[in-house]
Design a binder for this molecule. Structure first.
Ligand SMILES: Cc1ncc(C[n+]2csc(CCOP(=O)(O)OP(=O)(O)O)c2C)c(N)n1
Ligand SMILES: [Mg+2]
Length: 594
């Protein structure tokens, strides 16, 4: 621990107290964007040698970096920025962190009250700027010897508690500082006995307040209810939504193996692109394209554990079928977009799955859904055969091949729009698993490059990221994060010269407005920008080229951009063609079974 006192002045003392108490409460990562008003905070971090910190000029990218760092850690990461629009640039990542329940501690430097609402430079209304998207917000006044230093410490502690307790999320401490901001010695600024109330804290390394988070477990009555319910269900379906921890993935896998129900794993569950269970139905989204299947497949009870579902078709199916629906999450947020949940439980997911799995092994199993599982297995071959025929790469085969080629010791980040959907629909179940992250809280196409960088840093391993070209353009300056220490990302940019997703929407039938307002072609590629940021770059056209380039980048172990050019109208055609073949095969299988 570096010394907190003597501090040169009150500004620096308070900043050191704040940073130190955050650190003692387990905040080991800080993300700093440069600015003058935040000088005391930045310097406080720089003195604490055990804190890992990153510096990036753009607060928007820095926010997404911190978000995915914290999401992978399951622990809060702190952000520091100066006053003014710097603060406002955090908003997209704050919104995402709020909706995806990721703890962030946002420390924004502010001007003193006498410089607000009077036209002073770089002064905006910062208090409560993030509205309902933060779990707690508080303005620390200018450091003042009339205020006991314990206030600073308990502010830090309470911030962590609010950020970490369910629902986890961002908190905002707005820190006012009056000049001078530099660490200049000011005699008498800190009264001699000022730190007396925290003498004990200064002499040890423990947090001032030790917060204890509530544990969420089912009560005995709830356990009996769940067991009763599940034991009497004959046609059950297990849906596994987003899971962020390897332990949860393992527990969900064991639950699936014991339950003997068909399993619909979301692409972010860790059980979709690998970790195949005996009951996995990876191609449920595509099967639901066929009305004959939807009519025949009638689950009476859903057990859904984890986060939300990517497949809109599955949501529509559930809305129509109206089975009993048990949703088990580790948070209290409302995540029921089809308004169909019958039983809701808030509990730790690993504990829930680990408790339920052994209890399920003992029960009589009603063999239902076996055909569904077998049909899905047959579709694996249909997709492979179709893919083998594609000489040039396309968006479907990129999703499929990456899921097959990605090594077990790497993770996957999926950009919103088509990359996550293609991986959900066409990724292979025979991959190696690993964590799959995406910003699905608000599903923005912003901050994707920064997100994959933060994810890689947190996991201390290579991340393969697949994102669209507009998403890449949106976050260009974050390419600089790809070469920062500890970040290894193979960034695959699917360049279809615009927003490919819109071709799948009804608006594509209006050619007079479609390209200009929705397709938004730009004609760029990413070679020069990769060069500007000193990142290795290749553009590939064929599956073989992608395989070679991808595998050599993995071997090299440093960040790389791989661009794949595709064509939007052609992409739509290819999706339709493959979907037609899937439906044809599935119909044949259904007819055979009748
Ligand atoms: C920040 C933000 N702005 C706008 C949107 C709306 N939007 C959804 S998908 C999309 C197009 C994305 O294009 P690209 O990243 O190239 O992916 P593609 O659709 O081509 O797969 C847009 C603009 C959004 N989700 N987030
Ligand atoms: Mg695109």
């Amino acid at each position: 621990m570096t010394s907190i006192i003597p501090s040169p002045n009150m500004n620096h003392l308070w900043a050191r107290l704040l940073v130190e108490e955050l650190y003692r409460n387990g905040v080991y990562g800080f993300c700093i964007s440069p600015g003058s008003r935040s000088t005391p905070l930045a310097l406080a971090v720089s003195r604490q040698k055990e804190i890992v910190h990153h510096i990036h000029v753009d607060e928007r990218g820095m926010g997404f970096y911190a978000l995915n760092w914290a999401k992978a850690l399951g622990k809060p990461v702190a952000l520091i920025c100066t006053s003014g629009t710097a603060v406002a640039n955090y908003l997209p990542s704050v919104v995402e962190a709020s909706l995806s329940r990721v703890p962030l501690i946002i420390l924004t430097a502010d001007r003193p009250p006498e410089l607000l609402q009077c036209g002073a430079n770089q002064a905006i209304e910062q208090a409560d700027i993030f509205g309902n998207y933060v779990r707690w917000s508080f303005t620390l006044p200018c450091p003042d010897s009339a205020i006991t230093p314990t206030v600073v410490l308990t502010t830090a502690g309470h911030a962590i508690y609010q950020a970490c307790r369910a629902p986890a999320g961002p908190v905002h401490i707005n820190c006012m500082f009056r000049e001078p901001l530099e660490p200049i010695e000011i005699e008498g600024d800190i009264p001699q006995d000022y730190t007396q109330p925290i003498d004990n804290w200064l002499s040890n390394k423990k947090p001032f307040t030790r917060w204890n988070l509530p544990e969420h477990r089912l009560t005995t009555e709830q356990e009996i209810f769940v067991l009763d319910k599940i034991e009497t269900v004959r046609e059950g379906l297990l849906i596994i939504g987003e899971l962020r921890k390897e332990q949860e993935i393992k527990a969900a896998y064991n639950l699936a193996q014991s339950l003997h129900w068909p399993v619909f794993p979301d692409v972010t569950s860790g059980l979709r692109l690998g970790n195949k269970t005996d009951f996995s139905v990876p191609y449920y989204d595509q099967m639901l394209l066929l009305p004959e299947f939807s009519e025949k497949f009638n689950p009476k009870f859903i057990l859904h554990i984890g986060g939300t579902i990517t497949s809109k078709r599955l949501l529509e199916f559930l809305e129509k079928k109206r089975p009993e629906y048990m949703l088990v999450t580790d948070h209290p947020l409302r995540t029921d977009p089809i308004h169909r949940v019958t039983y809701r439980f808030e509990t730790d997911l690993s504990s829930f799955a680990s408790w339920l799995a052994p209890a399920m092994r003992r029960r009589d199993v009603y063999p239902w859904g076996l055909e569904t599982i077998q049909w899905s297995q047959k579709l694996e071959q249909v997709i492979d055969t179709w893919a083998e025929k594609q000489e040039e790469l396309n968006e479907i085969t990129v999703a499929r091949y990456i899921s097959q080629w990605k090594p077990a010791e790497t993770d996957l980040f999926l950009g919103n729009s088509m990359p996550i959907r293609d991986a959900d629909m066409y990724g292979s179940i025979n991959g190696t698993g690993g964590l799959v992250f995406a910003n699905r809280g608000a599903s923005g196409i912003d901050g994707t490059i920064a997100s994959s960088a933060g994810f890689s840093f947190a996991r201390k391993r290579m991340v393969t990221a697949v994102i669209g070209d507009l998403s890449a353009l949106h976050d260009l300056n974050s390419i600089s994060l790809l070469s920062s220490e500890g970040v290894k990302v193979i960034l695959i940019i699917i360049n279809n010269d615009g927003g490919g997703i819109f071709s799948f929407l009804p608006i594509s039938a209006y050619p007079e407005t479609f390209e200009r307002y929705f397709g938004v072609p730009h004609g760029y590629n990413f070679g020069n920008v990769a060069k500007m940021f000193g990142i290795d770059y290749s553009i590939v056209q064929t599956p073989n080229e992608l395989k070679k380039t991808y595998q050599s980048a993995l071997k090299k172990g440093v960040s790389k951009i791989i661009e794949v050019s595709t064509n939007r109208p052609e992409n739509l055609k290819l999706h339709k063609e493959l979907q037609h073949q899937i439906k044809k095969e599935l119909l044949k299988l259904i007819q055979k079974s009748n």
